[in-house]
Design a protein around this ligand. Structure first.
Ligand SMILES: Cc1cc2nc3c(=O)[nH]c(=O)nc-3n(C[C@H](O)[C@H](O)[C@H](O)COP(=O)(O)OP(=O)(O)OC[C@H]3O[C@@H](n4cnc5c(N)ncnc54)[C@H](O)[C@@H]3O)c2cc1C
Length: 525
């Protein structure tokens, strides 16, 4: 097994970070660069820019988490993509290697969803144990680390054609708050990385390094610190604990299926919102019969995926949406809280371009014939946008261990159950209408509504809650039941907000690292 960085003995109790994506890569960096020894276990391979291919399906097959998953529920994804509920990367850098780069912040009321929205039938709403005010310094730090455009004096991204159509329609439709960012890709050289060449292939892994990811920033710096060892192709399969109730080791499989054990002083789980609860559920024991840190029975529940949907509009003139940054365009007007629209929470509209191969797969899954051909024929004349908003946490939307289906290691596959909440459906209808009004105002010949595809924003499932009965984690992402167990990824989100989540995941992981370092310094851990 090839490892990277400092060699740390398996019997030395260190902080073990599981996963190297937005949350895991960030916490490993924050700890290692400030003197804390860390072992990072990453299930996927260590791929770098040279390995990437600018070809959608080969790139997807190279990096996506394709281990067996099952899904159910009334949402369309269960029918269209039965074994692919989510689009998550299995490689060093996690899904930040495929992400686009949009970095809006959550708004104050989104941290207080239960108090603001009140009782919403069927929704398991809760206020976060943190406020925006507490988060602001961490947002500042995260934006500087990620190099968000439009922030801290950094210039905006240039407008591509897809954005020009989008902004033109927004202006004519009466929207006021639109821009090409914030977006965590360099408009000009920053932090040792070059400016974007507007290649438009960032979903496939960024060959130039202009886009922030933990692969290009946090992981190399953690390794350079001399305090971190990265073990790729190492999948954590169980977290064990001692009789004192504290976790003491992580068991993991290498690529040949050999079992290893890394002693742990503390464990930070950051496997994304399906693998994180799966690992806790697989780590049951006589004192944690329903899964580790699950006395609340909330591990795996309240899984959110954001309200999504896309609109593709056909124009007389060519648009060539694929040129330039994939998602550098955002309209924020509908993100506000305004229940007079018939739903709580809000949504953003963001430019989105897919290549022809992905468009053919996602634009109307399973369809064929004249209408489908017309959509594809119009590719060069098409503009696209993504609709992304706050979906309601529901207890029954949950990750469980499939009792029948196993993965390649013989471990229970995760099962994802999801139903849209009526609030999500009302919001999506409103968002499609808004997209229509924008594109019609810009002169579209027709607008096609594309249904949600496998979730790129996977949230909740191990939520932070002030009361241990409401969620497994406290406001630091620390397990209520197990003091030296932390969750450091998107699973911690109490509610989902409307904003793309990665900036918040990074800011929360930085904040958690600060707390964890303090607990280590004072000897509490
Ligand atoms: C195409 C696409 C575009 C996106 N665009 C945006 C955007 O513009 N803005 C935005 O905010 N977000 C975007 N996202 C979402 C963003 O990438 C995720 O929100 C973010 O990466 C989640 O961080 P995480 O730490 O929760 O998990 P990840 O980044 O997914 O990292 C999890 C890591 O854990 C590893 N892992 C899992 N289980 C184990 C295990 N048992 N043992 C060892 N390792 C394990 C995985 O292999 C993976 O590397 C996008 C996502 C996709 C797919």
């Amino acid at each position: 097994m090839t490892t990277h960085g400092k060699t740390i003995p398996q019997d030395e109790p260190v902080v073990v970070v599981i996963g190297s994506g937005a949350g895991g890569g960030t916490i490993a960096h924050e700890l290692a660069t400030q003197g804390v020894k860390v072992v990072v276990l990453e299930a996927g391979p260590y791929l770098t820019a040279d390995d990437y291919t600018n070809d959608e399906w080969p790139a997807f097959n190279q990096m996506a988490w394709l281990d067996m998953r099952t899904t159910s529920g009334s949402y369309r994804v269960a029918r269209d993509f039965p074994n692919l509920p989510a689009w998550i990367v299995k490689a060093v850098g996690g899904t930040t290697t495929h992400w686009a780069g949009a970095t809006p912040r959550f708004m104050a009321h989104e941290f207080a969803a239960r108090s603001t929205y009140g009782e919403v039938e069927g929704a398991n709403l809760l206020d976060w144990p943190i406020t925006l005010e507490e988060m602001e310094p961490w947002y500042d730090r995260a934006e500087k680390a990620m190099g968000s455009s439009h922030r801290h004096g950094r210039p905006p991204m240039p407008a591509n054609n897809n954005y020009k159509v989008f902004a033109n329609g927004a202006e004519r439709a009466g929207y006021k708050y639109y821009a090409t960012g914030p977006y965590a890709t360099n408009a000009e050289p920053y932090d040792g990385r070059p400016a974007t060449v507007q290649d438009g292939f960032n979903f496939q892994g960024d060959k130039s390094g202009a886009k922030w990811s933990t692969l290009v920033r946090e992981i190399p710096r953690a390794l350079e610190s001399g305090n971190a060892e990265l073990r790729p192709l190492s999948q954590a399969v169980r977290i064990t604990h001692g009789s004192d109730g504290r976790v003491d080791a992580v068991e993991y499989l290498d690529s040949d299926g050999n079992l290893h054990r890394q002693a742990a002083r503390a464990v930070c789980v950051a496997g994304n919102s399906i693998e994180t609860p799966r690992l806790l559920l697989m780590s049951d024991s006589p004192s944690h019969p329903d899964g580790l840190a699950n006395s609340s029975d909330q591990v795996g529940r309240n899984y959110m995926r954001h309200l999504t949907g896309s609109a593709y509009a056909r124009f007389e003139q060519p648009v060539r949406m694929y040129r330039g940054e994939t998602m550098a365009g955002i309209i924020a007007d509908e993100a506000v809280y305004d229940p007079s629209r018939g739903f709580v929470g809000g949504y953003y509209m963001e430019t989105l371009s897919l290549g022809p191969a992905f468009l053919a797969s996602f634009v109307e899954p399973g369809s064929w014939g004249r209408e489908f051909t017309r959509l594809m024929d119009a590719y060069a004349h098409t503009a696209g946008m993504w609709l992304v908003g706050e979906d309601m946490p529901q207890e029954s939307n949950r990750i469980t261990l499939d009792p029948d289906v196993k993965d390649q290691w013989g471990l229970p596959a995760p099962h994802v159950h999801f139903d849209d909440h009526p609030n999500d459906i009302a919001m999506r209808r409103h968002a499609y209408r808004a997209a229509d009004s924008i594109y019609r105002a810009a002169g579209a010949l027709g607008v096609h509504h594309t249904p949600p595809y496998p979730a790129t924003h996977n949230l909740g499932s191990c939520r932070m809650a002030a009361d241990p009965a409401d969620g497994p984690l406290n406001g630091w992402g620390q397990a209520h039941d197990v003091p030296n167990l932390f969750v450091s990824d998107g699973s911690v989100m109490t509610t989902g907000g409307a904003a793309n989540p990665t900036l918040t995941i990074v800011a929360l992981a930085m904040r958690q690292a600060d707390h964890l370092r303090e607990l280590l310094r004072t000897g509490e851990l």
